[in-house]
Every structure is written in C-alpha cells, then in structure tokens.
Design a protein around this ligand. Sequence first.
Ligand code: SF4
Ligand code: SF4
Length: 222
Amino acid sequence: MLRDIDLNEVSDGKLYTAKDMARTDCHDCKGCSDCCHGMGQSIMLDPYDIYNLTMNLDMSCEDLLARYVEFGVDGGVIIPNIRMQEDTDSCGFLTADGRCSVHEFRPGICRLFPLGRYYDGEGFKYFLQVNECAKKDRTKVKIYKYLGIDDLPKYEKFVNDWHYFILDVQKKLNANPECFESANEDNIFLLNLFYMMVYNENVDFYTQFYERLELAKHKLFG
Ligand code: SF4
Ligand code: SF4
C-alpha cells in the first residue's frame, strides 16, 4: 500500500470516479483467465473480501487459509492474499474450464481489474491499467456498473478508511523497526480482529467493521 506508481506509465493518464465511463468491459472475460494466474501475492484481501468469502462459502478464515488464502506482508503489516496453487500457479477458485467459482462474491481486487485505485492522501480515484488486461476489444461502461457492488458509496468509504488505517499502521511499525515484539503483537491483534474473528451474518458488515476499527485505533494509537 506504500507503493509509488507512475500513472503515466501504467494508465491512460486519466483519473475516474465511479460515475465515469471507462474502457473496462471485457465481455465477461470469455475465453480468458489471465489475471487469475501467476499473480504472486498481489491479490490482497481486505476484511470485506474475507467477510464475503466466509459467509458465501460457509467457511471460516482458517478453512480458507488451508487452501485458497495465505498471509503476505505489505509494508510490515500482515495482510492475507489469494494463494496461487503450487501445481498450476493459479487461484484455487479458478475452475478447470477457466471460470471463477466465486464470481458473485469475488475479492475487490478481482472485481476492480483492470482498474486500479489511486490514493491522493485523502480519498481515491480509479485509473485504467492499460498494459494488464489481455482483451484488447474492451468497451466503455460506467464504472459503478462494472463494479456491481451494492451500496457503492458505503463500500468506497470502507475501502478508503481501511487503506488509510493500514497506512497509519505501516507508518507506526516502520517508525520503530527494531521493536519486533510489539510489531508482532500488533499484527496478530489486527489479523484476529479483522480477519479471523467470525463476523455475525445477521449484522451489517460495515457496522461490525467500524466497531472493530474503533477498537483497533484505540489499541494501536490510544
Ligand atoms: S485479463 Fe482481462 S479478460 Fe482476461 S480474465 Fe483478466 S479481466 Fe478478464
Ligand atoms: S477469485 Fe476468481 S477472479 Fe479472483 S483470481 Fe480467483 S478465480 Fe480469478
């Protein structure tokens, strides 16, 4: 999340909001699953992704970790990501015929692709990655339609709040690189709070997330 990118190198040079049209529509990815292969640890998962996967698959986070998900480190903070399978170097949710078996509730990064998010210090805008998607005949579509996320303003607020919270945690951990024990403790606390601790299916995700966020801010930043 601390990565610096040169927008001119990777994008069409424009920044978009969800109401804008962008050339993202790859027609249901027919015949292509390129971005489900060889992604290393780049498909990072936020708490909403884990909530969606655990609720819809009726699995715990531990179950997901047994096959589909692994832990990675981003700027000193442990963040789960989609695990590329050893034998195929592809996502474990990809079917033999190259379709996503969790399409309806796929992770936010998968949903977003080939868009990316550009954070400007307060909020974020979308940008179109021009070198990533294999389909070259993509057509224009409104970004909110392409994303297909319920209550997009609420989701975008969550994405933003999560991003800047993790950024603050990264700054805290990187300010004291010699304090391994305390960094370890913070990481375990955050993993348990946001990922491992089961979410209540009868309570709105965002309500639960913001309760946990308050707790985390209190513990880490006082
Ligand atoms: S590379 Fe583009 S067309 Fe291929 S699976 Fe990914 S988003 Fe779909
Ligand atoms: S979750 Fe679906 S879209 Fe995302 S990498 Fe896996 S198979 Fe591809």
